[in-house]
Design a protein around this ligand. Sequence first.
Ligand code: MG
Ligand code: ZN
Length: 356
Amino acid sequence: MCFATVAVSCKPEVEEEKEYDQPVVESIIFLIGDGMGVSQIYAGLTANRGKLNLEKCEFTGFVKTHSSNSYITDSAAGGTAFACGKKTKNGMISMDPDSTALRTILEIAEDEGLATGLVSTSSITHATPASFIAHQINRNRYEEIAADFLKTDIDVFIGGGRNHFDDRTDGRILTEELKNKGYTIAYSMDEIAEVNSRKLAGFTAEMHNPRISHGRGSMLEEALQAAIKILNKNEKGFFLMAEGSMIDWGSHQNNTEYVTDEMVDFDRAIGKAIDFAENDGHTLVVITADHETGGMAILDGDMDEGTVEAAYTTKGHTGTMVPVFAFGPGAGEFSGIYDNTEIFFKFMDLLNLEND
Ligand code: MG
Ligand code: ZN
């Protein structure tokens, strides 16, 4: 209040609380390293001779990964927790444990006018990307998952899995249906890099892409950049999920070289995402994993030589917490220890989205 008779200056008694908040989050790039625990990261850092782009992230946290019916999650329940904010049973794709479809952050963002995209090194119909766009009781229903892509208005998706769209038991040619919905269809990274339309379906393999040492090249970082280029045309911002799928697969095989190759490749994509966010100023980058795989431990290493010696306790997934890293506006929200489902709610809040 201001009493002019008493006060010399007419200042309110209670000063308005000044908030020096970070810039508004307009876009989110969510990067999932499947199976990426702390040992996978440190093995990659060592193989990369002592550094990773990941280290540019100022905020880190830990995520509890268990699913609704298992101490040890799989990628379907793990992806669903991130995508929908709900724990479900292993194997289920964005449905609750009673098989009711849940809206995903990608679907909500798309409905609210954001541009949306998915990128993966595996088939784009595999559990992790599928969790953001499909609703199926079983992650192995790849053709049904592919058909679910037609039920959204996702703007860009790039990955393997062409056969699930074009070589189907029901005879539907989904790429024709996508064309009719306005998508440009591309079948190689060269073609994808040229695309200038606002809707793109990019298929880089009939099934999964090869692992990095078998000729995948720089597909992941190029696909990420191609997706960002298209999504960034939308003035209201975008939501993009990109997955380094095969850190998990190397860990399942207890193959340390496979793990480090895939980790370093994933980190190159992280570098591109952070570069974009740094220039843009309104993009949040969050990097995490759905679970750890292999129970990997590092026994020895040499930063100068880039060599790592590791041991494994299982060929499956483990229940340990996984790290989260964040860069950009809103990054501070991601420090602490919380359930995987919280990632969804943090994204919803930061993007000012409502699930109704
Ligand atoms: Mg995956
Ligand atoms: Zn796995």
